[in-house]
Design a protein around this ligand. Structure first.
Ligand SMILES: C[S@@+](CC[C@H](N)C(=O)[O-])C[C@H]1O[C@@H](n2cnc3c(N)ncnc32)[C@H](O)[C@@H]1O
Length: 285
């Protein structure tokens, strides 16, 4: 499956994180700035009509995932992270310095992995146990398959966290379920393991028109079919259990109102936050 059309969206996200003080300047680019500027009229319309923008959604998911990572590292002894489809995520750069005991493996399609590795090398951005590897979640075996990365790159003795951010809605439920099942199965090797991801479920009636329009626009721009897989928390949990995950928690940004500096739609907005973050237990330990 060719999903390279998705890669440019990482430029936009990378720029948003930088603008909000969550990333380093070297992860931004003129193209990212341009995309960000071009999106401003749509963002302003979203803010006016709904009280929420794409940028808000990106910040919501990133803050919540960061928060859950911090909990797993400090409370549950996670010492290894695999961030799949890392794009320009600053986490490897930040966390491998903050927690020197942490092994941080970033993975993305070969062209993106090369770009990320080059940027980190140029800016002395690699932490003590930090690497970027090429990966295609739909490949099998050496050199790009998840099976190869789990057996040859990751350390089976470490409590492990696997992350995907901004990836899963670009694939059909059937295709991404194969990836999820593989993660749930390969993750059994670790003494303890979790999987974190964001996703956008199908909207309820109020948000339907907006989310459907945004989905169509994103499909056109990325040449990928953007899919909303699940109806709500019960449906999400059932789908993830079917792929082999144990406990599944579904978080909505509003739950973090008092804990995290995340943008939320105002009370008078016609919709609630759209994005959800899932924390799935792979191996209870
Ligand atoms: C929307 S970006 C998300 C990047 C980053 N996680 C973020 O939140 O900005 C999607 C990322 O998925 C990567 N990607 C697309 N198809 C992939 C695949 N089959 N296997 C691994 N990564 C893939 C792209 O190269 C891109 O970096």
């Amino acid at each position: 499956m060719d999903s390279t059309g998705i890669s440019f969206t990482a430029l936009f996200t990378g720029h948003v994180w930088y603008e909000h003080g969550m990333s380093a300047r070297f992860f931004t680019s003129p193209k990212g700035r341009l995309l960000h500027r071009a999106a401003q009229p749509v963002e302003a319309a979203g803010r006016k009509l709904l009280g929420i923008t794409v940028e808000d959604m990106l910040l919501q998911r990133h803050h919540i995932i960061d928060h859950l990572i911090q909990q797993r590292v400090t409370r549950d002894g996670v010492t290894q992270i695999l961030e799949i489809a890392c794009g320009y995520s600053p986490r490897g750069y930040k966390l491998s310095r903050k927690y020197p005991q942490l092994s941080y493996v970033e993975a993305d399609l070969p062209h993106m992995a090369l770009r990320k590795r080059t940027l980190l090398q140029q800016h002395r951005g690699f932490g003590p146990q930090h690497q970027v590897v090429a990966c295609d979640v739909f490949a099998q075996g050496k050199p790009l398959g998840l099976d190869y990365i789990f057996t040859e790159v990751l350390d089976p003795k470490r409590p492990t966290l696997i992350i995907t951010e901004g990836l899963v809605n670009y694939f059909s439920l059937q295709d991404i379920s194969q990836v999820w099942s593989q993660l749930a199965s390969l993750g059994q090797v670790f003494p303890k393991a979790w999987y974190l991801t964001d996703l956008v479920p199908k909207p309820d009636y109020t948000g339907k028109t907006l989310v459907n329009a945004a989905t169509k626009m994103l499909s056109l721009a990325t040449r990928a079919s953007v899919n909303l897989h699940f109806n709500g928390p019960a449906d999400i949990k059932q789908g993830m259990h079917q792929c082999g995950f144990h406990e599944v928690a579904v978080y909505q940004p509003e739950q973090f109102r008092d804990q995290l500096p995340i943008p939320l739609p105002p009370a008078k907005s016609p919709i609630n936050s759209i994005v959800r973050v899932l924390e799935c237990q792979i191996h209870p330990g």
